[in-house]
Design a protein around this ligand. Sequence first.
Ligand code: C2E
Ligand code: CA
Ligand code: CA
Ligand code: CA
Length: 279
Amino acid sequence: AKNEGKGNFRFFTEEMNARMTERLVMETELRNAIDQEEFQLFYQPQIDVLSGNIAGVEALIRWNHPKRGLLTPDSFIEVAEDCGLITAIGDWVLQEAISISAQWQKRFGTPLMMSVNLSPKQFNDDTLVAKLRRLLHAVGLAPSTLMLEITENDLIADHQSTHLILNALKTLGVKIAIDDFGTGYSSLAYLRTLPVDTLKIDKEFFVRSRSDDTDSHIISAIIDLAHALKLEVIAEGIETYTQMELLKMKKCDIAQGFLIGKPMAFDTLQRWYDSKISV
Ligand code: C2E
Ligand code: CA
Ligand code: CA
Ligand code: CA
């Protein structure tokens, strides 16, 4: 057993070495990615369930990796968080999303509700509110057209500062959404004390609901609960007409998912919108 242990240990360290090297390579590449303009935002449309009109978009980051092609965030956001690069990347995301939102408003003459994902490090950044104020002011955008998405778990991580930060953001006038709701452990009593505007039901409920009927009961209950708390509800991960019917029946406010539109480049989004308003 002892010999085996020794062998395992060597194997283990070799594997660890390979993984660490891979991580270090990615870290170095990530450091250059902003300067090299390798990041890009995709925008996924959200529609008003009742009218079918566009209600806004969620900005989702992509990395045009020189060797590996277009990467989705699951492959690099965690590394960016661990090595502290997420704040710089997040700043780029905010600046880009706000500038695109202003472009949209100019072109179509109507504001676009722009949702941006915030990582916990950004949320706890002391300069966040000042940054947002400056970015919005620079392009003349109303703060109420920007929605920041923070996951349920990140919100409950630190009760004290969560309230302070949320209140400061509220005073600035931006909207706050609880992302991935239903996967964490927040209590109803606690949620009520937070100055949030919107609740996003985690897409896992919908991805599963095609095979499991109990999930449609959970979805119904969450919508009722959110409305009782005067929160707007966004359902994400909508892929089927059956799910859309459930949302209509339950008077869910907004829907987002592949059925409505996949995340797309800004050019494509504008064409998508043009074709929608011309019918
Ligand atoms: P999220 O915030 O929960 O974003 C929704 C994810 O679900 C997106 O994946 C989107 O492409 C995907 N999705 C949308 N509709 C459907 C559907 O109908 N079916 C299925 N199966 N999936 C759908 P994506 O773009 O790969 O992003 C993954 C996660 O990365 C996001 O999850 C978010 O947590 C994070 N992320 C994305 N952009 C940013 C960013 O700019 N900053 C930070 N900190 N995190 C980001
Ligand atoms: Ca999100
Ligand atoms: Ca989500
Ligand atoms: Ca997520």
